[in-house]
Each structure stands twice: as structure tokens, then as C-alpha cells.
Design a protein around this ligand. Structure first.
Ligand SMILES: [Zn+2]
Ligand SMILES: [Zn+2]
Length: 229
């Protein structure tokens, strides 16, 4: 157990706590994929101070794990370490504080989902299974991943054969809504720019009625001679 008795912490003086802890406390799952097992003890370097009645602990912890490389499947040993531990416990004056669970959680959070023996691990040959980090082989690597045969029927062909297109007559596409709104907008805006001048009266003079020729006027003087004999 990683424990600190706060009554041992002097005011204004960091209390240093270095040590090791059996890695069993990590309780790593037995069926982890990739397999994970402790390869040594947890090592910790902690510094504790009191802030009033509160305890503040900072420091680092690490543990080596045994696992396998995700590319070449070699057994490897990887260090898991956390360098910025920081724990805060409230109102623990003159109490013994157990840090084991907090350190455990921080270490487990630092475990990556997969591991590599080295950043440039060459992996294994997909044909003969040789570890290419240790030996090269003469296998044709293309053979392992054959090119997809374009002539072979695709499982999607049957799906394509189904006529899933809608039978309904194609409706005339409705006009884009954007245009409509634009038109509406312009219609709604008050016609401020329209000419304010009142409509001028038509200047075209009304055609005067054509003067009637007085040809049909009674010819005077011709009727006067009737009575004379
Ligand atoms: Zn590897
Ligand atoms: Zn090979």
C-alpha cells in the first residue's frame, strides 16, 4: 500500500515518499488483448505538502509490463509511466491517506491500446510468417493479397440488378425555394424607389372633330324664283 500519514508532514516542508509496490495491485485482466502482465514492481516518487487541513501529493509512478508487439507478435517489455501525478485530499490532517488506488488508476489510464517492439517494426511476412525484423524472406508479398478480379461477379451485382428506381412519374421539379423567397422579399419591400411624381396627363391632344364642310347647307336664292311667273 502507498500510504502517507499526514501527521508526519511538517509545515512548509515537502514530505518525500519514494518506494516500490508489487504490481499485483494493478489487477490487470488475465484475458487482455494484447496480453498484459506486470514485469516488475510499481516504482513511485511522491512529494506531499499540507495546505491547511488538505493534502496535496505530486510526483511520478511507473511500472514495466510484459506484452506482445502488435506487428511482429514478439514478446516485449514496455515501461508505463506517469510523470504528472497530482492528488488532492480534503481535510485529512493527522490521518493516514492511502494513495494506492489513485496511483493504480493513473497507471492504467496510461496503458496504450497496442504496443510495438520499435516504431519501425517490419512485422511478419504475410506468406511464410517469418519475423522480418530478424530475417528476410524471398516470398512474393503480392501473392498474399491478390488483386480483386474485376471479371468475377461482385456481391453487389445482385443489388444493382434490383430495379429500385421509383415508378412514379417524375414530378416537375419545384422551383428552388431560394428564388421564391427572393421574389417575395422584393415584393414586400416598399417601392420607395418608384418615381414619386404623379402620372402626367397624356400630352397627346385630343383630336378635334373634323369640321364639317357646309356643302349640304341649303343653297339660298334658288328657291325664290318659284313664285315668280
Ligand atoms: Zn514488432
Ligand atoms: Zn515470407
Amino acid at each position: 500500500m502507498i500510504k502517507i500519514n499526514t501527521s508526519h508532514i511538517l509545515p512548509d516542508t515537502p514530505y518525500l515518499l519514494d518506494g516500490t509496490e508489487p504490481a499485483d495491485v494493478l489487477e490487470l485482466p488475465a484475458d487482455a488483448d494484447p496480453p498484459l502482465a506486470p514485469a516488475g514492481d510499481i516504482t513511485y516518487h511522491l512529494s506531499a505538502i499540507m495546505a491547511g487541513a488538505d493534502l496535496i501529493v505530486t510526483g511520478s509512478a511507473s511500472v514495466p509490463l510484459a506484452t506482445v508487439c502488435a506487428r511482429c507478435l514478439d514478446d516485449i517489455r514496455v515501461p508505463i509511466s506517469v510523470k504528472d501525478l497530482c492528488f488532492h485530499f480534503e481535510k485529512v490532517r493527522d490521518l493516514e491517506v492511502d494513495l494506492t488506488e489513485d496511483v493504480r488508476e493513473e497507471l492504467l489510464l496510461a496503458v496504450p491500446s497496442c504496443f510495438y517492439c520499435s516504431p519501425d517494426c517490419k512485422g511478419i511476412c504475410p506468406v511464410c510468417g517469418a519475423n522480418l525484423n530478424h530475417a528476410s524472406c524471398a516470398c512474393d508479398k503480392q501473392q498474399a493479397e491478390p488483386e480483386p478480379d474485376s471479371a468475377a461477379p461482385s456481391p453487389w451485382d445482385q443489388l444493382a440488378a434490383l430495379n429500385l428506381s421509383p415508378e412514379k412519374p417524375a414530378k416537375k421539379p419545384t422551383k428552388p425555394a431560394a428564388k421564391k423567397t427572393a421574389a417575395k422579399k422584393s415584393a414586400e419591400t416598399p417601392a420607395k424607389k418608384a418615381p414619386a411624381t404623379p402620372e402626367k396627363p397624356a400630352k397627346k391632344p385630343a383630336k378635334k372633330p373634323a369640321k364639317k364642310k357646309s356643302s349640304d347647307a341649303p343653297a339660298s336664292g334658288k328657291t325664290g324664283g318659284r313664285g315668280k311667273k
